[in-house]
Structures are given as C-alpha cells and as structure tokens.
Design a binder for this molecule. Structure first.
Ligand SMILES: CCCCC/C=C\C/C=C\CCCCCCCC(=O)SCCNC(=O)CCNC(=O)[C@H](O)C(C)(C)COP(=O)(O)OP(=O)(O)OC[C@H]1O[C@@H](n2cnc3c(N)ncnc32)[C@H](O)[C@@H]1OP(=O)(O)O
Length: 225
C-alpha cells in the first residue's frame, strides 16, 4: 500500500513536471493557480482496473500495458480529488470522474509520443444511457473531447476545444467497451487539428463514430472571460 502510494506520488510529480514543461501554464495567471497548486495531493488513480471493468476492458488494458514495456506507449494516470484546484473550487472535479465505479465513465488513456496518438479504452456505464440500451451521444462526445483534448494538450500546452465535429455512425451498446483512437494531424500556429475514431473494443470491427476537432492554444495575454 505504502509502496503504491509512493509510486503514485512519484508518477504525479513526473506528470506535473511534464505538464509544467509542456504547458506554459505558469505564465497563464488563472489556469496556473488552478492546476499547479502546491497543496498536498491525495492521489487516487482511477485509470486502473476496478471490479466494474469487464473482461474485454481488462484484456485491452493488459494489451496496452504490454505495449508500455518498451517505452513507446505510456499509461496516463488520473487522480480524483487531487486538489489541483483552490479552496473555492474544492468540490470541483473532472466531469468524467464524478461517478461511482462502473456507473459512469470507466476509462484509461495511453499516449504514444512518437506518433502523437492517444488511445482511450472506454466502458460507458448505466448512468450514461440515452436511447434505451445505448450510450447517450453527449457521453460519447464527452469522451471523444477528453481523448482528443489530451492528445492536443500534451504537445500543445493549455488548449481548449474550439470545434468538435462528430459523425455518429452506429449506436454504442451500454456497458460495452470501445476504443477511441486519436491523433494529432497538424499544428498551425495556435491551432491544433486532430481526428479520431471510435471502434468496438477487442475486435475493432464496428466503426461507431468518427470525429475531427480544432483545439486552440490559449493566449496568455487574453482573458478567458
Ligand atoms: C485540454 C485540457 C488540458 C488540461 C490538461 C490538464 C490536465 C489533464 C486532465 C484532464 C484532461 C481532460 C481533457 C478535457 C478536454 C475538454 C476540453 C474542453 O471541452 S474545453 C471546453 C469547451 N471549449 C470552450 O469552452 C472554448 C470556448 N472558446 C474560447 O474560449 C475561444 O474561442 C478560444 C477557443 C479560447 C479561442 O479564442 P482566442 O481568442 O484565443 O482565439 P481566436 O478567436 O483569436 O482564434 C485563434 C485562431 O483560431 C481560429 N478559430 C477559433 N475558433 C475557431 C473555430 N471554432 N473554428 C475555426 N477556427 C477557429 C480563429 O479564426 C483564429 O485563426 P487565425 O489566427 O488564422 O485568424
């Protein structure tokens, strides 16, 4: 337990250094305060298997962890209640991480720096229902946004979604596992263009959705509000 906490803290410190390096956040007054508070962090990595994960999600997770062994891919940890926010926002947490295990968004992301790709393994739980038996389109859009967002933020620093275009081709059964595969296509000044597809987990035979997106690197001189 002690060892895993220390390892988690070390990973968090490394991630923070990487984010600080990648993000000129220190120069953006509002976001820097929110993201890089020096308050003690209480880590709970939710991007790790829990009992709600299906056999397919576990299998894909294990396959990607194998790909991490040679360093080409890395798993991106997630921290609930990680005190990345100041006191007035202490109730705030990442939208996708606000559910009990298995009920909402269960996912883990992996990043490949050489290929500028992010893959998200996602299992959408029963609280994400839209049409009975299927995932709500907003939940799918959320996970697409989160995946391409991470794919943009790692090379791009502090970015926000300016445009997200999704074609929903097939409905995604509730509680099934899908693979969201995103890549950075091009950078033009502050603009980052990304694309992604969503396919059925394990066999990847069913193409559920396709999306393109535009992320904009925030200009530290401009106010967000
Ligand atoms: C991504 C998160 C990083 C955080 C990482 C930290 C921890 C990781 C943990 C979790 C990660 C979770 C990831 C979640 C991702 C979720 C991301 C979001 O959902 S963001 C919320 C939704 N988006 C918004 O609310 C943005 C609202 N819009 C704006 O605030 C602004 O429009 C702007 C996007 C900031 C851009 O404004 P700005 O003034 O800076 O730029 P300009 O308007 O001057 O435009 C610059 C350039 O871009 C062109 N542009 C702008 N918008 C569009 C558009 N919609 N379509 C096409 N082109 C656009 C504009 O024309 C300019 O072009 P040019 O320079 O050629 O003239």
């Amino acid at each position: 337990m002690m060892r895993s906490c220390t390892a988690a803290l070390r990973t968090l410190r490394v991630l923070r250094c990487r984010l600080e390096g990648a993000f000129p956040a220190a120069r953006h007054p509002v976001l820097a305060r929110r993201w890089f508070s020096t308050e003690k962090v209480i880590p709970k990595d939710q991007a790790l298997p829990n009992p709600s994960w299906s056999k397919d999600l576990r299998l894909l997770f294990d396959q990607f962890m194998k790909k991490c062994e040679d360093g080409s891919w890395e798993r991106l940890p997630s921290y609930k209640n990680s005190k990345l926010v100041k006191e007035q926002l202490s109730q705030a947490q990442l939208f996708t991480r606000g559910y009990e295990d298995g009920l909402g968004f269960e996912y883990v992301m992996f990043y490949n720096d050489d290929e500028k790709r992010t893959v998200c393994l996602f299992q959408g739980g029963p609280y994400l229902q839209g049409v009975p038996g299927f995932l709500h389109g907003g939940a799918i859009a959320t996970m697409i946004d989160a995946t391409v967002g991470v794919c943009a933020a790692i090379p791009g620093g502090i970015v926000m979604t300016a445009n997200l275009n999704i074609n929903f081709k097939r409905p995604i059964p509730l509680c099934s596992v899908v693979v969201i595969n995103s890549q950075l296509d091009k950078i033009e000044g502050r603009k980052l263009f990304l694309s992604c597809d969503v396919r059925s987990g394990v066999d990847e035979k069913i193409l559920y959705s396709e999306a393109t997106s535009l992320f904009i690197k925030l200009d530290p001189e401009k106010s967000l509000t």
